[in-house]
Write a protein that binds this ligand. Sequence first.
Ligand SMILES: NC(=O)c1ccc[n+]([C@@H]2O[C@H](COP(=O)([O-])OP(=O)(O)OC[C@H]3O[C@@H](n4cnc5c(N)ncnc54)[C@H](OP(=O)(O)O)[C@@H]3O)[C@@H](O)[C@H]2O)c1
Length: 258
Amino acid sequence: MDSPILVTGGTGTLGRVVVARLIAEGVPVRVMSRRARRADDDRPCEWAVGDLADGTGLDAALADAGVVVHCATDSRNDVAATRRLVEAARRSGRPHLVFISIVGIDRVPLPYYRSKLEAERLVEESGLPWTILRTTQFHDLVMKMTTVQRRLPVVLTARGVRMQPIEVAEVADRLVELAREAPAGRVPDMAGPEVRDVRDLMEATLRAAGLRRRVVPVGLPGKIFRSLRAGADLAPDRAVGTRTFDEYLAARTRAGQW
Ligand SMILES: NC(=O)c1ccc[n+]([C@@H]2O[C@H](COP(=O)([O-])OP(=O)(O)OC[C@H]3O[C@@H](n4cnc5c(N)ncnc54)[C@H](OP(=O)(O)O)[C@@H]3O)[C@@H](O)[C@H]2O)c1
């Protein structure tokens, strides 16, 4: 039996699709989560309870894992979480660490992006074999930027900001491919097929969700929004994703997911 691929954050938006892909390919997979496995989860995979905030369960989760796909994110302290994972991996069999990161983290001074950059550095300097893939925002996140405001009379957005959202399943496919190949270091970024104004993406979401609201663009000051208006979150030369945001919205509508 091959050693399992450990997926941290295997219950999250990206991680659960990575897990599903690995299972579909017949690869031994171990999900890590802070929560116990649901009683009705009968998928052919292992489960490890582990918490990157305090390190509990990490050694058991990493035992005999040949590859770790690190999809967990703890927005309050991602750097410490990644450091704990790296240390636990060094104590175990020195697995190949595959890390998912974000396009533009070195150009947009958001606190979360700074922590992702620091986490990337920890991976690069870990002494472990590693691969890092940066992508743009997933369609799910872009959709939620609007639906989270559904109780407000208007939907607010930052004026002049564009995004290039990508389908999470396409990111999961690439991560699975990378996890099954030799460590590759920093691989080319992956971005969605279209660059669109956030206002336009929000109006499309409202239409698809059947919500009658006006999108109000607000001019926001500061370095963060200046960098976003300059397109620092985009990778137009890496528009390799194929599923558009409108196709994603249409699929949600067909599935009655509003
Ligand atoms: N969302 C995007 O648009 C986007 C774009 C590019 C890159 N990324 C990156 O992709 C990764 C996954 O994002 P996502 O949107 O899938 O995240 P998500 O849906 O918020 O999932 C986060 C996962 O992290 C786990 N987690 C949180 N705190 C933890 C802790 N202390 N210990 C162990 N596990 C913990 C959660 O598992 P439990 O709750 O089960 O413990 C959950 O499965 C992140 O690194 C993110 O930066 C995201």
